[in-house]
Write a protein that binds this ligand. Structure first.
Ligand SMILES: Cc1cc2nc3c(=O)[nH]c(=O)nc-3n(C[C@H](O)[C@H](O)[C@H](O)COP(=O)(O)O)c2cc1C
Length: 174
């Protein structure tokens, strides 16, 4: 699959089989994140891999639901076998943008590997709330780093079409 095919085929997967990722697949995903460009090549991103079933994911889920006053049917990572948390240097002007680029690199690498994935922003408030320090410590973010975005990856259980868009509304060619 070439890059353009991966871009055109990618869509968010929200159900996964129980299949684990191989070490090679995980390595390829992390490499895709590390190879992402960062402003001034600062490389201010950190990647924390968390496996499904880690009680920490349950604690983050609980905190998210407490803040949202909700009890959803599915957890935030849809029981995917791994979640990659991206943290970045607090206060650096481009941390959020660089994290977004890295997470899309991982999403496209996952697509190319034939793996489903979904980018996860819904835990942002939980990761920046009362339990911020506790979660940052447990996830072993480097000092001065904070949560930016996450991505869940695994073998998808159901196919989904890529989203559609309104080109006329979203594009201007001068
Ligand atoms: C920054 C960001 C945060 C997102 N957070 C979540 C999330 O927390 N949970 C979720 O199910 N999907 C999340 N998504 C996935 C979007 O809902 C999804 O990309 C969008 O609906 C378009 O669908 P597609 O990815 O299948 O093309 C997020 C996507 C982005 C880019």
């Amino acid at each position: 699959m070439n890059t353009r095919e991966a871009i055109m085929k990618r869509s968010s997967a929200r159900s996964y089989t129980g299949e684990q990722l191989t070490d090679e697949q995980l390595e390829a995903l992390i490499q895709a994140g590390l190879q992402a460009p960062t402003a001034t090549n600062r490389q201010e991103l950190h990647f924390t891999v968390v496996r499904a079933g880690d009680p920490l994911l349950g604690k983050i889920e609980e905190e998210k639901n407490r803040l949202r006053n909700a009890s959803p049917q599915q957890n935030f990572y849809y029981d995917a076998p791994i979640v990659i948390m991206i943290s970045a240097e607090k206060g650096f002007r481009w941390s959020t943008l660089d994290s977004g680029i890295a997470v899309e690199n991982i999403a496209l690498a996952a697509e190319e590997l034939g793996l489903g994935n979904v980018i996860i922003g819904c835990i942002y408030d939980a990761m920046h709330g009362e339990k911020k320090a506790e979660f940052e410590k447990a996830l072993r973010f480097p000092d001065g780093y904070e949560f930016e975005i996450a991505i869940a990856v695994g073998r998808k259980a159901a196919a989904k079409e890529p989203h559609t868009y309104d080109k006329d509304k979203q594009v201007t060619c001068l």
